[in-house]
Design a protein around this ligand. Sequence first.
Ligand code: HAS
Length: 571
Amino acid sequence: MQVKGAIRFILLSQLIIPFILLILGVLLGLYQALARAGIIRSADLFGINYYQGLTLHGVINAIVFTTFFAVAFGNAIMLHQLKRPLKVGVQWASWLLMVGGTLMAAWAMLTGRATVLYTFYLPMVAHWTFYVGATLLLIGSILPYFLDWIPNTLAWRRENPNAKLPLAVLGNLVNFTLWFLIIIPLAVTVLFQMLPLSLGLASEVNPLLSRTLFWFFGHALVYFWLIPSYIMLYTMLPKLAGGKLYSDPAARLAFLLFLLFSIPVGLHHQYTEGGLSSGWKLWHAFLTFMVALPSFITAFTVAASLEHGARQNGGQGLFGWWSKLPYWSREGDKWLFAYFISGLILFLFGGITGIVNASYNLNLIVHNTAWVVGHFHTTVGGLVTLSFLGMTLYMVAQLRGADVKAKPLALAAPYLWMLGFVIFEIALSITGLQGAPRRSNLGISYLDPSNELLYRGDWLFWSHVGALGGAIAVVGFLAYVVSLVGTLFAKPVRAPEIDFPIADAVHDTPTPLVVNLRPWVTATLALIAISYTYPVYESMTRGIVTKVPGYQSIENNLVPQQTLREQTRLP
Ligand code: HAS
């Protein structure tokens, strides 16, 4: 369908603004990889401190890029599938809040006033503009859900009382329902703990409570990143492969299981946290295995869909059909296949390492080590980033009415990214098992030979392999940048539009269990109440670290928090 005027501008800029920031985020990732391998041995590079760079890398890549993309993609999916217009006023309000919030937080991070990493754990404290900026970004991101997508879905339902909600719409609504539910505890800790401390209105804070509220948000956040990718895998990949989605009800069940199980698992990030009972951690561990279930369903459903497509293309035999998938095809939209298949291969590694993390006892070996970094570079840095990059290029070409430029580079990019991050993952898993910590500038500590006390020469080889993997991925990203920038400035050859390659399904029998959202939302709220009431109560009343003052990160040191007047003079 055609997209014009303000909506076209908003959609395009929701894709391009985070992409510009992402260039900085990816380059800072390379800096992290080189510093961690001891190839760069300094506390800062071009005036950016290691931890400041790590904060920018995490916030830009994992929060800003993903949130902007989820909103742009959500808008496009609703437009395309429901064929109902978006409200220009709502979209402008959302855009202004998101862009304004991002600029505020970026200013705080770039000027060294918010070196708190992307998890912004208390008692580390940032300048108030960081918290207000992040809050505005999140409020802006939820506006379209309430003011555009829900009203449009209800209107569509009235017009189509007997039709099934399109699969992509269901996935998108599940995702933003999840988003709304998890923003609430984050807002509580930001508004009642972080901001007062940052503004000097409070002098003490309970970090345990803040972390429990953060991980209520933080783990489900990863599925907020993942669900848009799954929408693409279920609705578009089968068609690109030449066939159909194997099972529509299985796909719906996977989305709804994410709603149910994504939230009550946050304590698996806090297994080592004092003050929370082991029994509740174990309960969250069990539920974490349940949240892997929709991904197992996806693995089998997507594999069956790929096989179906490959057999339509003439594929035969038990494994022979693999050769009939369009890995290198430049025909039409088929180049997009490369982004999905590379992401899926990376996600096999992400899934296995995730299951290890989830196991209460194994987690004690890998927690806070480089292993976890390997895990999330094959999940959010793997399938999620690759599918978002592929879809950004696809949508930019459509919204500009142009052809994708430098297609060979656009095709090479995801394979280089995949190769780089497979190497990176293996290397970081090994150094993690050797004990290398995450969030550490190893170049000026454990990998500095002049440091007789700390030096660990046995980490050196695999740390260098990890840096090589990171560098290969960045080369892939640069190939992508050439194609995207070329497409952005290419001469339009048709009217701007949004059109997705949506696949039919092989099995499409209506299944009552997966038709109605309401019972799933009710069950989700009940499971959250069961799983979080006592841990939140414990966080408020027990624990060894309640009530501590705030600390700020200045250069390489954590120092007691400055007053507001002093803060504005930083760095
Ligand atoms: Fe995780 C830590 C457990 C999935 C992201 N995770 C993190 C952190 C991030 C993150 C960012 O239990 C660090 C947070 C921090 O800063 O501290 N994670 C899991 C589990 C899963 C999981 C059980 N994580 C994700 C996803 C992420 C993500 C998805 C981002 C998008 N994670 C943990 C735990 C920790 C953790 C602990 C805390 C660690 C600690 O101690 O700090 C599961 O959802 C994974 C299920 C996935 C599968 C894989 C299915 C495979 C598929 C591919 C099929 C391939 C095909 C192609 C069909 C079961 C779908 C075949 C074709 C060929 C040609 C071969």
